[in-house]
Ligand binder design. Structure first.
Ligand SMILES: NC(=O)C1=CN([C@@H]2O[C@H](COP(=O)(O)OP(=O)(O)OC[C@H]3O[C@@H](n4cnc5c(N)ncnc54)[C@H](O)[C@@H]3O)[C@@H](O)[C@H]2O)C=CC1
Ligand SMILES: O=C(O)C(=O)COP(=O)(O)O
Length: 634
């Protein structure tokens, strides 16, 4: 439980790049030198000197004096710096304002920076001005900085050690910082522990000597069982985002303090088996296959985000059995696919691809032969889901007659006509467009036999899933003239990254548009997905809500208030809830809310309880037969 120990430790916190995300003096230089012709060069020189000092590569006092000489700043610049620094307080310190305020008597800022800009920033988060130990500037009458207070011990080499020795703190002392001088406090015996703080910068030389690493202030508080804003530090939770998902997704996780890794391409099964071992949340698109074997290696995985519509690349059942919730973006790119389908349909029926290629080869072939309007033509769609229905509406607006075949009973929109078999649809349509989902059973749904049932000179389009169409059969149908034009966006085997070449029997065929699985790849769709999927994943992680999951019992939960929330995922066998309730009763647990949802495979029980329970109670809950996974939120 997050309770404060009786004798709280003294906590020594560095300011620059620890309490704030930036180095105060470097930023002061950037402000003061605005408009200076050599601004960039001087700011860089100052930053280099800062880094050399932080890494212990230069005498601290020498570096400080050199930096002050380069800095042409005044009091007004400091005011501007303070306003800026207030916006740059490290996220985890901001999150833990309550802890800082309540424990201000035990917290000291010890910094080689300057009181003039440190005090106004740290006191806003409840810390004491008289607990700030730092340098002080000297000013001339006009308020220009002309030097530093040389009497201040922190302006000298080994200043932090000398200061700590004079403070004579009793009891446990923990130092947190990103620099070598922070480590030296521990080295000299004035701190029991040194935590290398890596939320903003990770200095290998400092990390190498540190006995502890704090990836955030929450991490430090968790390590010491102190009260904190996050029940489990998010900086310890690894998020792996693959396939170049939109950067807004990266920001959504980073803003909350997660440890995020971003990979441009997809990973193959072997790579994934290795990389997934310590990952708690993974984000993928259509190319990454999360197989049973991958899931067997996913020891910490709690949630999968498919940053697309299709989830056929994920073993949903195996994920559910491991208590892993899968989310997707079922509507964010629907419109993009529809627009591409409409555009391609018009280009193909007019034979534009051939005409355009001829023009590039210098051939002017002005003729109407083989060019038609889409108006009045019959569009046949296989699959009448989100994309099929939207395309249906737009195609009718273009004056087409719409027919569809869906194996599930679907209400037709507008004047669209439902047909009762795939065969009927194939025989009636002038343009056939595939919009089925990617389930395994749909492999080769369209093959040699199906092409033979189509009208001569049909236009054929597949923007759904590659395995739905037998590519060799399509190539033959194009060559024979059965298919007059085709567009294919998805392929049974697609290159993993943009660096791999694309091989297909369709390459080089006339009036065939080939696109690299970009039906959903528009700026709008990707950004929408980048907001939508992380919001679902974060709700699940932070609140337990599984609403919108494609493999998990769906529950929409209220915000957690003054309670602790137990999330219990178990195999859906009779009696689990009764066993859990017995444990609650036996332990006199005050339940403030309880929710249960099941699907064929698993049950998901959420119980909000009053604080003040024992570790033994939690252990009993974890040991209930059938438990797949258990976690606590508060
Ligand atoms: N090319 C691209 O970049 C994109 C491709 N897609 C793919 O488009 C496809 C359709 O997406 P949505 O419309 O959102 O899916 P959806 O799930 O809303 O609709 C699919 C429809 O197909 C029907 N269906 C499935 N198998 C069938 C079969 N054998 N015969 C007849 N009907 C069948 C289903 O009953 C359902 O109504 C999916 O495969 C999806 O992965 C989606 C977005 C982008
Ligand atoms: O949304 C889908 O199902 C897609 O096929 C789009 O996949 P992508 O995100 O472009 O890899």
């Amino acid at each position: 439980m997050p309770t404060l120990t009786l004798n709280p430790p003294h906590i020594i916190i560095d300011f620059d790049s620890t309490f704030t995300k930036v180095e105060g003096l470097d930023e002061l230089a950037a402000i003061a030198l605005t408009g200076h012709p050599q601004r960039e060069k001087i700011v860089q020189e100052i930053a280099d000197l800062t880094n050399m000092g932080m890494n212990g590569e230069m005498s601290f006092s020498e570096g400080l004096h050199k930096r002050i000489d380069l800095l042409k700043a005044n009091r007004a610049n400091i005011e501007e710096l303070v306003s800026f620094l207030k916006t740059k307080v490290s996220d985890s310190f901001q999150r833990n304002k309550q802890f800082l305020t309540e424990n201000a008597d035990h917290i000291f800022i010890v910094s080689s920076g300057f009181k003039e800009f440190i005090i106004p920033v740290v006191t806003e988060l409840g810390l004491r001005a008289d607990h700030v130990y730092a340098n002080e500037f000297r000013f001339d009458e006009e308020g220009n900085i002309i030097g530093i207070d040389e009497e201040n011990v922190l302006s000298t080499d080994g200043g932090k050690i000398k200061l700590l020795s004079s403070l004579k703190l009793e009891g446990e002392v923990y130092a947190i910082g990103d620099g070598y001088t922070d480590y030296q406090i521990k080295e000299a015996g004035f701190a029991n522990r040194f935590y290398a703080f890596t939320e903003n910068v990770e200095r290998p030389k400092v990390v190498a000597v540190a006995d502890h690493i704090a990836t955030s202030f929450d991490d430090f508080l968790y390590d010491n069982k102190l009260s904190r804003s996050q029940s489990y530090p998010k900086s310890r939770i690894k998020v792996l985002l693959l396939e170049n998902v939109h950067p807004v997704a990266l920001r959504a996780f980073e803003e909350q303090g997660f440890n995020v890794e971003f990979v441009k391409g997809a990973l193959d099964e072997d790579e994934l088996c290795e990389r997934i071992k310590d990952v708690s949340i993974i984000g993928i698109r259509s190319k990454t296959n999360i197989t049973k074997r991958v899931l067997e290696n996913a020891n910490r995985l709690m949630a999968i985000g498919a940053f697309c519509i299709g989830t056929n690349q994920i073993d949903l059942e195996a994920a559910a059995e491991k208590g892993i919730a899968v989310f997707n973006a079922p509507y964010s790119n629907t419109r993009s696919v529809v627009e591409l389908a409409v555009g391609e349909m018009i280009l193909l029926i007019r034979n534009i691809v051939t005409k355009s290629n001829q023009m590039h080869a210098g051939i002017w072939d002005k003729s109407a032969n083989g060019s038609f309007e889409v108006r009045g033509k019959k569009l046949g769609m296989v699959g009448y889901g989100s994309i099929g229905t939207q395309l249906s509406v737009v195609a009718e607006a273009l004056g087409m007659e719409v027919y569809f075949y869906d194996e599930v009973e679907k209400l037709s929109l507008g004047n669209a006509r439902k047909v009762n078999s795939l065969e009927e649809l194939l025989s009636v349509a002038d343009v056939i467009s595939m919009h089925v989902d990617g389930r395994k059973e749909n492999a080769n749904l369209i093959g040699k036999r199906e092409f033979s049932l189509m009208k001569d000179g049909v236009i054929f389009m597949n923007l759904s899933r590659g395995h739905v169409v037998d590519i060799e059969a399509l190539a033959e149908a194009v060559k024979s003239g059965k298919v007059a034009g085709a567009s294919v966006d998805v392929f049974p085997k697609e290159p993993k990254t943009n660096d791999e070449s694309f091989e297909s029997a369709l390459r080089g065929l006339p009036n065939v548009i080939l696109t690299p699985h970009i039906g959903g790849s528009t700026e709008e769709a990707q950004e929408n997905i980048g907001h939508f999927v992380p919001s679902k994943l974060l709700e699940f992680m932070n609140n337990g809500s599984s609403y919108g999951s494609v493999n998990f019992p769906e529950v929409q939960l209220p915000k957690l208030k003054d309670s602790h929330r137990l999330l219990h995922i178990h195999a859906n066998v009779p009696g689990v809830l009764a066993k859990l309730n017995n444990i609650f009763a036996k332990n006199n647990i005050n339940i403030t809310g309880q929710y249960l949802k099941t699907n064929e495979k698993i049950g998901y029980v959420i119980v909000d309880i009053a604080k003040g329970y024992t570790e033994e109670f939690i252990q009993e809950v974890k040991e209930v037969e059938g438990t797949i996974r258990f976690r606590m939120l508060y």
